[in-house]
Design a protein around this ligand. Structure first.
Ligand code: NAD
Length: 324
């Protein structure tokens, strides 16, 4: 029987790419989101789509009863920058939404649940290179709720045997409009560089955070979901690709977009979040337990990304308009 996967928050930046990869690997994939079904250019017409607000426990259980997924990819969340504008709602979606999904997984005996945590679980004062097990003292509601998600997942695994697996994503970069994360400056260097020839980044040039190209992030999720449980010595894993400074990203962008002008004007609120994140992640547990390794470094990402963004902007000139 084909393994059935249900994705929450499937209409977002990660979800749409994840669905394409799961389909390509032969899974029966269902998407769900509080947002309407994306258009046919973004989502294959063959993918069933379900309206789901993860904060509504009854709706979550009803959908799981209807779809009967073997695996759940729980992505629905409000991200870091947006989360600081609406912290109460962020608590509701990220914390209550996650416990609702875990409860439905327990009741309906879902085989595996994959959770997307983040480097925003870390707080200030950590060493430059951060291993998996360090004190988690985030300064944002987003980080607080993602720590809780990791801990709840660990609890559901130990207490009820719900097979919970999570990665801590670095800032993800892809050729799509991001959902209000604090690492968005990196993508805007590329998109505004292509469409306008200039971009003023909201961080200092020496800002260094871990980043990853989306295809690697998606592959990490799918590979972790396919790993044998016996190989996994923990539930949540750091994963890493590269950790450039904002200045280094600007230099890489300049190799692919002639004459681009990238300047810096640090925004105190977002800079404070960026400064609270680790600079480099140690992902050796993921490498040892389930064979994690990234394919893309900064240069390879720039080479792949710029032509994609050019083609998308040609088709739809307003695609990457943004107001932050
Ligand atoms: N993009 C990144 O750089 C990054 C980094 C670290 C972790 N993550 C995590 O990866 C996951 C996906 O992120 P993304 O970049 O696709 O974000 P996104 O904002 O693009 O997508 C999130 C999706 O969740 C949906 N959603 C919001 N509230 C909901 C609710 N109440 N019920 C159901 N759906 C709801 C939104 O409509 C949206 O489609 C998130 O859990 C995020 O925390 C992302």
């Amino acid at each position: 029987m084909t393994t059935r996967c249900l994705v929450t928050g499937a209409g977002g930046q990660v979800g749409l790419d994840l669905i394409r990869v799961l389909q390509a690997r032969g899974y029966d994939v269902h998407g769900s989101d509080i947002a309407p079904r994306p258009d046919a250019a973004q989502l294959d017409a063959s993918v069933p789509w379900h309206a789901l607000d993860v904060t509504d426990a009854d709706s979550v259980e009803a959908l799981f009863t209807k779809v009967r997924p073997h695996r759940v990819f729980h992505l629905a969340a409000i991200l870091s920058a947006r989360g600081e504008e609406v912290p109460q709602r962020t608590y509701d979606v990220n914390q209550n939404g996650t416990v609702n999904v875990l409860e439905a997984c327990r009741k309906l005996e879902v085989e595996r649940v994959i959770f997307t945590s983040t480097i925003a679980v870390f707080g200030p004062g950590l060493p430059a290179t951060v291993v998996d097990d360090v004190p988690l003292q985030p300064t944002t509601m987003y980080g607080v709720t993602k720590v809780a998600g990791e801990l709840l997942g660990d609890y559901y695994w130990r207490r009820f045997g719900v097979d919970f697996r999570a990665v801590r994503f670095p800032g993800l970069i892809s050729a799509s409009l991001p959902g209000g994360g604090t690492s968005d400056y990196a993508l805007f260097m590329y998109t505004d560089g292509v469409r306008l020839g200039h971009y003023e980044a909201f961080c200092r040039p020496d800002t260094r955070i871990p980043l990853m190209y989306m295809p690697d992030g998606i592959r990490a999720l799918v590979d972790l979901s396919e790993a044998s449980r016996g190989a996994l010595r923990r539930c949540t894993y750091n994963i890493a690709a590269f950790s450039p400074t904002a200045e280094e990203i600007a230099q890489s962008v300049a190799t692919a977009i002639a004459g681009v002008n990238i300047t810096f004007a640090s925004d105190p609120r977002r800079q404070a979040i960026l400064d609270s994140w680790p600079r480099v992640l140690d992902d050796s547990n993921a490498r040892n337990d389930w064979g994690w390794a990234p394919d893309y470094d900064l240069g390879a990402m720039t080479e792949d990304l710029v032509p994609k963004i050019r083609a998308l902007i040609e088709q739809n000139p307003g695609l990457f308009d943004h107001d932050h």
